[in-house]
Design a protein around this ligand. Structure first.
Ligand SMILES: Cc1cc2nc3c(=O)[nH]c(=O)nc-3n(C[C@H](O)[C@H](O)[C@H](O)COP(=O)(O)OP(=O)(O)OC[C@H]3O[C@@H](n4cnc5c(N)ncnc54)[C@H](O)[C@@H]3O)c2cc1C
Length: 540
């Protein structure tokens, strides 16, 4: 079992995780890393592994899964790709190569079916005694108290109630009843446009390492097609289809075979899974209600172009897990730290809604003016580089930047320049996730971050800074970890970088006093509080 080294025993009540989908699985495993026992409750009788759903997992998500022992296996079993090509009719418009600002052990994206990811996470859960899984337990009621929460479940043997310190609700998009019982709204739009997905096994030379997006190809005129390589010579083909599309009728008439052959040509193929979906763009108004945090599809739904669904759900799980662990262990001001979960992940959800809405407005115009704009941009993009920039086939998932978070200490000399160009990461600085790279003695920078708070001293800064906190904290000279690190971070002489357990930069400061303020801030202490030895007090 992967745990943070040197943890004291935890004696409080367990944390309830509602929903054993991939976000709930990740939350439970991450809480176990902090030594917190969890009960995972799911309404279904067992895991069903039908269909591939989320296939496209981003590097930083693989990295989170690696912290619970699953990332490498998921990456190795998946198909690696680092190039995204976009075509208009027969002409290639753009080819984006995804870059790594550091040297992560993981590729920018791997494609693997969500079913397989869930199986691998289940294997890790089976090897993690701190996680107890209960199927056929549908949570129907939450009751919140000053010191905990009670969850009532409907089970085949009648109602059961569980006590927990906190609950992380990862019950998926359909969990309207739970959202209602928590008093949160789920506003947004559901669209009538239909998309057909087929996972097709075939041998196709040259298709295996890139994502291809076709606007108006001759085999789907006026609409688009997205093709992703997957393991075992399988390809995910996603067609935009008319609103009245009837899959059964197309299968029966042989038109589905014609549709597939129009792309693949005369090769042998097998359809492994097929499904027609509509998309939704919705987000709760609150991601935290007292001791309950909402994560994943329970909190937000995005159109799938950009692969922001599960990838952002995993980021929710990570953000929730370290904050619940810090609050539960008395390492932080619980009210402020848990409230920062809402602040940070709601901002991330708004960014995802904005990005995916812009994509869908381009892909599936909802007005005559938007349709004319799409036609005009695509036509001009054949010859005009500026128009090519306006072609939106989905901005791929990326970690959010917590630049406006109450936990982040701003640094006026490092202003945030806003959303970076597609495929690029913002330069490291307050709120931004640090790039990964190998460090001396084995392991990686991200691995060190995940074991608590980390202070990195740039050349010229002292490593003898008194930073004793109840939470695990480590101070290291950047160059003792890697000669490349100051350059990769863009660190200036004498700076102290405070990094959070999710590898986001909490502060870049120039002296010890500011570092201590930043340490208080990152654990939710609004005003600096410390005893005469400079030790931040246990709180909560
Ligand atoms: C066609 C398609 C393609 C996609 N492609 C991508 C992609 O490439 N990349 C990406 O990142 N995302 C993608 N997504 C989105 C992704 O599948 C979801 O974001 C992901 O499944 C969300 O996981 P989750 O754990 O939040 O919820 P779910 O997987 O829905 O799991 C929720 C769980 O909660 C349980 N539950 C519900 N109510 C209760 C209750 N009251 N009590 C107890 N348990 C309950 C359910 O039984 C279920 O097991 C895609 C989705 C679709 C449909």
């Amino acid at each position: 079992m992967n745990t943070v080294p040197g943890l004291s025993p935890y004696s409080g009540p367990p944390v309830a995780v509602v929903g054993n989908g991939p976000v709930g699985q990740t939350a439970a495993l991450l809480l176990a890393r902090w030594g917190i026992p969890t009960i995972v409750l799911d309404a279904r009788p067992a895991r069903d592994t039908v269909g591939s759903k989320a296939i496209c997992q981003q590097r930083d998500v693989l990295d989170v899964w690696e912290s619970v022992g699953a990332g490498r296996q998921i990456a190795e079993e998946g198909v690696t790709w680092s190039r995204a090509r976009t075509y208009y009719r027969e002409q290639e418009l753009t080819c984006i190569e995804l870059v790594d600002a550091g040297s992560s052990p993981f590729p920018p994206f791997v494609n693997i079916s969500q079913s397989r990811t869930e199986q691998i996470l289940d294997e890790r859960i089976a090897a993690t005694p701190l996680v107890s899984t209960l199927w056929s337990h549908e949570v129907v009621v939450f009751e919140q108290f000053a010191d905990g929460i009670a969850l009532t479940c409907r089970t085949p043997r009648g109602e059961k109630t569980f006590s927990a310190a906190y609950a992380v609700v990862c019950s998926g998009g359909r969990a309207e009843g739970l959202r209602r019982s928590l008093g949160v709204t789920f506003d947004g739009r559901s669209f009538d446009d239909r998309f057909l997905i087929c996972d097709i096994r075939a041998s196709l030379a040259g298709w295996a390492s890139e994502r291809r997006f076709y606007f108006d190809p001759e085999w789907n005129p006026g609409r688009q097609v997205l093709i992703h390589p997957c393991p075992d010579s399988t390809y995910r083909i996603d067609w935009q289809v008319p609103p009245d599309y009837d899959l059964d009728a197309e299968v029966a008439s042989g038109a589905l075979d014609e549709r597939v052959r129009a792309i693949l040509g005369d090769v042998r193929y097998e359809i492994e899974w097929k499904s027609v979906y509509r998309f939704h763009t919705r987000c709760v108004d609150r991601l935290r209600v007292g001791r309950v945090l909402l994560a994943g599809d329970a909190a937000h739904l995005y159109a799938p172009f950009g692969a922001r669904g599960l990838n952002s759900g995993v980021a929710d799980a990570e953000n929730a897990a370290w904050k619940v662990a810090f609050a539960g262990r008395g390492w932080a001001a619980p009210e402020e730290l848990l409230e920062s979960y809402h602040h940070e992940r709601h901002a991330a959800a708004r960014e995802n809604v904005e990005v995916t809405t812009a994509t869908m407005d381009f892909l599936v115009p909802q007005s005559a003016a938007a349709a004319a704009h799409r036609r005009d941009v695509l036509a001009r993009a054949r010859t005009d580089a500026a128009a090519r920039e306006l072609v939106d086939s989905g901005r791929l998932s990326e970690p959010f930047w917590y630049t406006d978070s109450p936990l982040t200490t701003p640094n006026p000399t490092r202003p945030f320049a806003g959303r970076p160009p597609r495929g690029a990461a913002p330069p490291p600085g307050p709120g931004v996730i640090v790039p990964d790279l190998p460090v001396a003695g084995g392991g990686s920078l991200r691995g060190l971050c995940r074991d608590g708070l980390l202070v990195l001293a740039a050349p010229g800064a002292s490593v003898h800074v008194p930073v004793r906190t109840p939470a695990p904290v480590r101070v290291a000279a950047m160059t003792s970890l890697s000669a490349r690190l100051p350059g990769v971070l863009g660190a200036r002489a004498g700076e102290l970088w405070l990094i959070r357990p999710d590898a986001h930069v909490a502060a870049v400061v120039a002296d010890e006093a500011r570092l201590r303020d930043a340490l208080c801030r990152v654990v939710g202490l609004v005003e600096r509080r410390e005893d005469e030895d400079g030790l931040l007090p246990a709180v909560g």
